[in-house]
Ligand binder design. Sequence first.
Ligand SMILES: [Zn+2]
Length: 378
Amino acid sequence: MIELLFLLLPVAAGYGWIMGKNSAKNQAHQFNRQITSEYSKGLKFLLDREEDQGLEHLINLLEVAADSVEHYSTLATMFRRRGELDRAIKIHELLLKHPSLNEQQAAASRLELAEDYVMAGLLDSAEEHLVWLVKMDHSEALDPIITLYSQTREWQKGINMFEAHSELFSKEQHFKAIANFYCELALSDNNPSLMRKAISLNHKAIRPLYELGLSAYTKEDYVKAIYYWRELICQFTFFAPLFVDKLAHCYKHLNLTHQFHQLISELLDKGGVLIKIQHCQALLEQGNTEQAFEFLTDSLKRQPTIRGFSFLLQLMGAQDKNTKEVLDQIDKLVTSYIATKPDFQCQHCGFTSYTIYWNCPSCKHWETTVPSKGLDGF
Ligand SMILES: [Zn+2]
């Protein structure tokens, strides 16, 4: 009989195991029911427009419901878009502390939190998180930290970051930003040599060449001005309106106008109407009036532009003294029309202006504002 009791031992153990398992299941079930109930309560508060209480419930749940990180992240982003930054910050801070977050989720939450801080004007806190991300080789933090340093005009900090983590930089827009940081620092410290560092970056930027040329031109060092501006006009011909007259002056001062004419003729295919007008002027200076007239009318037929038309009127007025007065009047009208049109446009956001902005005031991108193109452009 006693042996039979021994036979019952595995049955008892099995019973105990099943009961234990059921008990654990029950506990888990109860736990889930609790979460669902709290979740419903939170949603009910939100639906009843008792948002503070609703949010409080949902945030508290985050501490127990580890698998809903994505939902909370979406919720926080929604709050930020609505301008409820304190709530967005609260959720992102909680998310960041959550032990179940993997490295990618933690970095994403930190980035979002930094964005909340920027929007809330808490720039020091934002910088702290962004610097941490850069140090941990998260290149996705480069965009916001470059924008942040552009906003705070902390050029040296941006340069230090670039020099310490240059391996993270691969996008052209980031190199352009750093090139402009060098330029800003060079101008504020009156130290043009800093701009030369910008020239040696992997991606060529427009501004260092322009500023170095301008600095030399201001000091009447025309040889150096030609050195920088020649490279600039060959690489970024569409930027010619900003300095082509001064470049012509440099060549003229050195009695090298023929070289300038040669340079312009080499740029005809790449350049806009301003280069074509410069070419016409060169032909006129060489006494080839007929050729200049033909070249201009032919160019206008292929690509009509208001500036080209204005120059044609001047050319016609110079040729025929009888109609000069009338043509001058028409040209005045055309010129006053051109003056109403913005000279520059951001290629990224479409922002227009009458002056060059190296950092677009609207989208905050560097070197995206360029001389206008098309019918009214250059
Ligand atoms: Zn823009």
